[in-house]
Design a protein. Sequence first.
Length: 81
Amino acid sequence: MKVEVKLPALGDSDTTEVTVSFWYFDTGEKVSEGDDLLEVLTDKAAFNVPAPASGKLVETSADEGQAVKVGDILGRIETEQ
């Protein structure tokens, strides 16, 4: 089953758009639920986006340097279930 990695709402409710700083994992690598998958930047701080499930990162939809909005799909993880 594929699980979507979405940009969650961040601490500041006024922040609706961030920039992808970098991915901690490459596609094809195994990740565990809760691992930091990528870092995103606002104009005030950096945040890590955790993996919502364990499995293999099979797709990254947001490139480093790309602006994304809360709720956007950033990637997909293929689980063993």
